[in-house]
Design a protein around this ligand. Structure first.
Ligand SMILES: NC(=O)c1ccc[n+]([C@@H]2O[C@H](COP(=O)([O-])OP(=O)(O)OC[C@H]3O[C@@H](n4cnc5c(N)ncnc54)[C@H](OP(=O)(O)O)[C@@H]3O)[C@@H](O)[C@H]2O)c1
Length: 253
C-alpha cells in the first residue's frame, strides 16, 4: 500500500497512540491527533512537529459521536484521510471485588461505541474516493474471556469481529480494514498492573509492528506471536480444563 499522507489517530495523547503518532510523523505528513488530556496531547503534537509533520489536535471524548464526526469531516476537507486508527480505549480493574456495572458500561461505551464513532464516519468519507484504510485497536484479550477483565475482553472481541467482517464488506469499495491485537505493551494502561506481564514490549516497538502490518494491509496484526499461540491454545482447550487455571490468574487493581 502507498504510505499514508493524512492520518487520524484517536487516543494519541499517550501509550500506543502516542508511539504511532511519532512513528508516522515525517515531513509533509498530515496528522490529526485526538485525546482528552490537553497537556499530553500537545506534547505529542510538538514531538511530531519536530519531525516535520503538520499536526492538528482536538480534545474529544470518543463517546461524543457528533463532535468526532464533525471534526473528521473538517480534517478530511483539507487533507483527505488515508488512514484512520481507532485506538482510544480503557480497561478497568476487577481486583477489588469484581467489575462494577458502571465499569462494564463505561468500557463498552469507550471501547465499542467509541470505535464505531470513529470508524463509521471514516468509512463514509472514504467511500466516494474508493480508497482508504481503517485500523481498529483490539487486543489479544479478544480471543479468550479472562476472569480478570470481562468487559474489556468482550469489548475487544466485539471490535475484532466487527472489523474482520467489515473488511470483507468494504473490499469491493477499495477500503482496507485491519484489526490490531497486541499483547502487553508498556503504557499508562499497563503501568498499574502489579503482576508479571509476559513478553511486555515498548510502545515504539509495538508501533513499528503495527505500521509494518498496515503498510501490507494485513487483516489481523497480532503480536507477539508466542503469546498469541498461548492465548489461542487457551481458547481452544475445553473450558472445564482451563477455567480453574484462569481463575487463579492475578487481577488488575
Ligand atoms: N497496553 C497494552 O498492553 C494494550 C494491549 C492491547 C490493546 N491495547 C489497546 O491499545 C489502546 C491504547 O491503549 P494504551 O495501552 O496506549 O493505553 P493508554 O496509555 O492509557 O492510552 C489510552 C489512550 O486512549 C485515550 N482515551 C481513553 N478514553 C478515551 C475517551 N473516552 N475518549 C477519547 N480518548 C480516550 C487516552 O486519552 P487521554 O489520556 O487523553 O484521556 C489515551 O490517549 C487501547 O484501546 C487499549 O485497549 C493496549
Amino acid at each position: 500500500m502507498q504510505a499514508p499522507n493524512s492520518i487520524l489517530i484517536t487516543g494519541a495523547s499517550s501509550g500506543i497512540g502516542e508511539a504511532l503518532a511519532n512513528c508516522y510523523a515525517a515531513p509533509s505528513v498530515h496528522l490529526a491527533l485526538t485525546g482528552r488530556d490537553k497537556d499530553r496531547l500537545e506534547q505529542v503534537a510538538a514531538d511530531c512537529r519536530d519531525q516535520g509533520a503538520k499536526v492538528l489536535t482536538e480534545l474529544i471524548d470518543v463517546q461524543e459521536c457528533d463532535r468526532l464526526s464533525f471534526w473528521m469531516k473538517r480534517i478530511d476537507e483539507t487533507a483527505p484521510l488515508d488512514l484512520v486508527i481507532a485506538n482510544a480505549g480503557i480497561s478497568a480493574g476487577t481486583g477489588s471485588g469484581g467489575e462494577t456495572a458502571e465499569q462494564a458500561r463505561r468500557i463498552m461505551a469507550v471501547n465499542v461505541d467509541g470505535v464505531f464513532n470513529t470508524v463509521l464516519p471514516a468509512i463514509e468519507l472514504m467511500k466516494p474516493r474508493k480508497t482508504g484504510q481503517v485500523a481498529i485497536m483490539s487486543s489479544l484479550a479478544a480471543f479468550k474471556g479472562f476472569p480478570g477483565a470481562p468487559a474489556y475482553c468482550a469489548s475487544k472481541a466485539a471490535v475484532r469481529l466487527w472489523g474482520e467482517s467489515l473488511r470483507g464488506e468494504l473490499f469491493a469499495q477499495g477500503i482496507g480494514i485491519s484489526v490490531i491485537c497486541p499483547g502487553f505493551v508498556r503504557s499508562r494502561m499497563t503501568a498499574v498492573n502489579n503482576f508479571p506481564m509476559p513478553l511486555l514490549m515498548d510502545g515504539d516497538r509495538a508501533a513499528q509492528i503495527i505500521q509494518r502490518g498496515l503498510a501490507k494491509n494485513r487483516p489481523r496484526i497480532v503480536f507477539p506471536f508466542r503469546l498469541y499461540a498461548v492465548v489461542w491454545m487457551l481458547a481452544v482447550l475445553p473450558a472445564t480444563l482451563i477455567d480453574p487455571v484462569l481463575r487463579k490468574l492475578p487481577q488488575k487493581t
